[in-house]
Design a binder for this molecule. Structure first.
Ligand code: AQP
Length: 330
């Protein structure tokens, strides 16, 4: 049987090269071997304050970037989370089978609640909505970056708990997380101890997929480096250069050892210059395709088809769980 893959991306800003290398690149690969469902998780973005117009436009842009990065809507299903009401409904049913204590342990909640003045109840319960997104489709595998590992473990725990209480209801999903050297955690360009994030207040910390060439050159030129001159992969002692090496390697297809040999201890200048050009080359076809997808109606039609397909897939799982909980049939 073909396995089912599900993953989502929040429209909380313009996608970064971290989102691309950690997640979307793998979505593109998986579409050739699995039944893939990719979702723009707009309800997740609402967990922190959003400008309504920006959220609206970012939602369509994330869907466009999915396609521009190589997801083929004829092979994979693309849709918007809030278009399928079953996500919010299942989320509530699962919240009533989740515990305050386990949600309180989520490190992303701790990080984001420390950064935001307003801490919504939605930010706290968001990992359960993520569990609902995944479990609704009897998902086998979830390709995500390293930061989502804990949330995925929670989704597994909830599925196992529900199955043991009510009988087999949800498939227990497996994570698909690349190691750091393969893009699982791309770090900020200004602080290599922090993950690169699209919603960061400092645009110099990330490369957005829609950054024009000059902006990429500037951001890479100003990216922090470590002491010394040697271009060498060493996550502990050379976190900044290791991060740039991973980006270089994944964008160029060259193994890290080859890049280390090429630049050796000749200093960081040429390495950074070449890296900027390699990123620009990677982004160029994505940006071109994105422009084409901005024609009115193109992405909307893809999203409508996606919605029609997943609504039909979600219904039997939701109905089965409602019945097991004792809710009267509608
Ligand atoms: N820096 C990263 N390196 C590798 N993978 C990453 N992902 C995010 N950042 C990196 C992966 O991208 C997918 C989509 O992420 P998301 O939109 O659901 O939210 P996030 O994980 O919180 O990503 P951001 O960019 O940091 O968003 P904001 O700033 O809104 O919080 C996920 O698979 C994620 O692991």
């Amino acid at each position: 049987m073909v396995k089912r893959v599900f993953s989502g991306v929040q429209p909380s800003g313009v996608l970064t090269i971290g989102n691309y290398l950690g997640a979307i690149r793998n979505f593109v690969k998986l579409q050739h071997e699995a039944d893939c469902i990719f979702c723009v998780v707009d309800l997740h973005a609402l967990t922190v304050p959003q400008d309504p117009k920006e959220l609206h436009d970012a939602t369509l842009d994330v869907a466009r970037l999915f396609v521009a990065c190589g997801i083929d809507p004829e092979r994979a299903t693309i849709f918007v989370q809030s278009h399928v009401a079953a996500h919010a409904e299942l989320s509530w049913l699962l919240e009533c089978n989740s515990y305050f204590g386990e949600l309180r342990r989520m490190t992303q909640f701790k990080d984001k609640s420390a950064k935001n003045e307003v801490v919504t109840a939605g930010l706290f319960t968001y990992p359960v909505l993520m569990a609902a997104d995944i479990l609704l489709y009897q998902t086998d595998q979830v390709p995500v970056g390293e930061d989502q590992k804990q949330h995925l473990e929670l989704a597994r725990d909830i599925a196992i708990r529900v199955n043991s209480r009510f009988g087999q209801t949800f498939k227990v999903p497996e994570p698909y997380i690349p190691p750091r050297s393969a893009g699982g955690r791309i770090m900020s360009l200004v602080n290599p101890e922090e993950k690169m994030s699209k919603s960061s207040d400092d645009p110099k910390s990330y490369i957005a997929l829609l950054d024009p060439p000059d902006v990429v050159r500037k951001k890479i030129r100003s990216a922090v480096t470590d002491s010394g001159r040697e271009v060498k992969y060493d996550e502990v002692n050379k976190a900044a250069i290791s991060n740039l090496l991973v980006i270089y390697s994944l964008c160029s297809g060259q193994p890290i050892e080859e890049i280390e040999k090429k630049y050796g201890d000749s200093g960081y200048g040429q390495f950074k210059k070449d890296l900027a050009e390699i990123i620009i080359e990677t982004l160029e076809p994505i940006q071109k395709r994105f422009e084409e997808l901005c024609k009115p109606g193109v992405i909307e039609e893809i999203l409508q088809r996606g919605r029609d397909r997943v609504e039909a897939l979600a219904a039997p799982t939701l109905e089965d769980f409602r019945r097991k909980l004792g809710l009267v049939q509608r």
